[in-house]
Structures are given as structure tokens and as C-alpha cells.
Design a binder for this molecule. Sequence first.
Ligand code: COA
Length: 335
Amino acid sequence: MSKKMNFNAYISGTGFNIPERVVTNDELSNYMDTSHDWIVERTGIEERRYIDSEIGPSELSIPAVQMALKNANLQVQDIDFIIFATSTPDYYAPGSGCLLQNKMGFNNIGALDIRVQCSGFIYGLSIAEQYIKNGTYENILLVGSEVQSTAMDLTNRGRDVSVIFGDGAGAAIISKTTKDKGILSSHLHSEGKYAKELWLETPSSKKNPRVSSDMLKEGSQFLKMNGREVFKNAVKRFPEVIEECLNANDFNVNDIDLLIPHQANIRIIQMIQKKLNLETKKVYSNIQKYGNTTAASIPIALAEAYNDNLIKDNDLVVLAAFGSGFTWGSTIIKW
Ligand code: COA
């Protein structure tokens, strides 16, 4: 009888790409009643990036994927499966993963879009983890890429949302190893009763036509958010799901070398840090530069942290997300 091999899934390469166009808080205050000081005080965001030509998340992700492949020392042909996390797909159909398969000349491999908003990268990692650990695939490309700027209402009506979000892309390659390292476990959650607290209603397949001039007049094509409800739930769920992944692996908070939370709001990040009693240097943040890039925020932060030598072999890295759905989750990695 053949002996069943045990495989682990580790992150062999990371990459990111952000559009060149910088949108400062002062620029936004030309379009709506807001100010640099208000935005910084409430969110920590100083600037974000917007696409400056008609490109979707599939195209935006290409340099991020190229960087991740290079860092993993792999070629396009080495990838066995694509997982594309986005809440802002290029089109209603087909998925952005298929578009990327064609644009980068991947083999005719599976391409799966997932739409779990800010938790997309964590959900994607958990899918990749299963395929690698059961021996199905050797190298999986996971992308988190978003073009949020085209869903922003840059008027007073949308000022609570539009100051927060930005565009960007991150990518990671998840590879097979027999070494004792990699993703230890993933923990996923959802609570759909809060669906309308952070949602984008139009286009909706319930409506015929799916988009009308009345809908556009109402602004239902823009992302809407009940900021206070999101905030309240986020500061509860983040520490909970971080503790969950630590407990599942017999670790405690002191074992964490680096926590990379989804970059939603600096005040949320500070509250997580305080609740868990973590040192500032153990909690990564780049929200000042990019705002909230939804499914791209964790892979961008991961790639930057890795490039800045903040992650070393054997480090315990925890990733955690919360967002629209509501969905939330965590991944714990021995690097
Ligand atoms: N500039 C200036 N004033 C603004 C503003 C802006 N961009 N957006 C809202 N305001 C005003 C409101 O109209 C309100 O005015 P009022 O008191 O006259 O009614 C006032 O600021 C306070 O609004 P409020 O919504 O209570 O502020 P807040 O302290 O909750 O901050 C958020 C708003 C959106 C920054 C905050 O709720 C938040 O960060 N929530 C979580 C968002 C998040 O993380 N989303 C992504 C999750 S993945």
C-alpha cells in the first residue's frame, strides 16, 4: 500500500501593484465638504491611488503577479490554478481570473473568482491551502485586486465612503512543500444579516433592467456603508478571529511575530492592537498611503512587509480580515 504524503502549503512569492495616480485628501476636499484633518483623524488615511485609464482589476494585477512569480522563482507555466479575489470584477461575467489567464498566457488551468470583499484574500488562502495539502496542485496563484474608485460617489452624498477606499492589487503564490512550515490553519466566518451595512446594490439581477437611469440618479451604483455599524462589528470580530487561530494551534498572542490586519481604518487597527496588547511594531499598517483596497489590502501589505524584511523564516505571521457580508477570517502562517 502506498504511503500517503503529508504536504504543507507555504507562500513562495508575493507582489503588489498600485496605480500611479495619487489622490490626496486635499484633492478630495475639492469635490466634497471634507478636510485632510478630518480624514486623517477618523481613518488615518493621507492618500490613496486611483486608476487613471480604463483598466480593470485583472489588468491592474499583472505587475503584482509578475513580481510574485519572480520572487517565487517560477514561470507562468508553473502555475496550476488561479484564485482571483475581487469585489470589483472587470465585468459581471466572465470572472477576472479568466481574463488574467488569457492576458498573461497561463495554461488552460482553472480560474476561480471569489467575491468575499475585504476577506477575499483570507478565503482564497484557505482554498489554496486545501488544494495544496491534499496534493492536487503544486503552485497556486492567489490575486487580490480592486478598482474601487469607479464605485465612489465623489460628492457630499458619498463623502463618508469615498474618502476611505482606493485601488490596488496584490498577489501571492502558494506552493507545496514537505517541510514543516506554511499555513497552519484558516478560520472563516460570515453573518449575512448585515449585508446592507456595506453593499453595492446596482447592477442587480433582481432588477429588469439591471441598471436604469433612475438607479443611477439615486446613486445605487456607488458603494454604501453604515460606518458606525461596520466599526462596531470590526473591533469585535478582529480580536475574536485572531484569538481563534492562535487557540487552534496552541499559541498565544506573545507568539505572534507580525500581525497583518486588513487595512480598513487606523482606529480599528489601533483598537485591535490595544485589545490584544500587542506592541506597535508587531502590527503592520500602510493605510496612510493606500486607504482601504478591499481584497488587495492584505496581499499588498504582505508583499511590502516581506520586501521591507519584516518577515523572516520561522516567524509566526497572522493575517486577519473583516468586511462586507459581513465576512471575516484569519490565517496563521509559520513562515
Ligand atoms: N468629511 C467630513 N465630515 C464627514 C465625512 C467626511 N468625509 N463623512 C462623514 N462626515 C460627517 C458626518 O456627516 C457626521 O456629521 P454630523 O455629525 O453633522 O451628522 C460626522 O462627520 C460624524 O459622522 P460619523 O459617521 O458618526 O463619523 P465616524 O466617527 O463614525 O467616522 C467613518 C466615519 C466612516 C470614518 C467611521 O465610521 C469608520 O471608519 N467606520 C468603519 C469603516 C470601515 O472600516 N469600512 C471598511 C470596512 S472593510
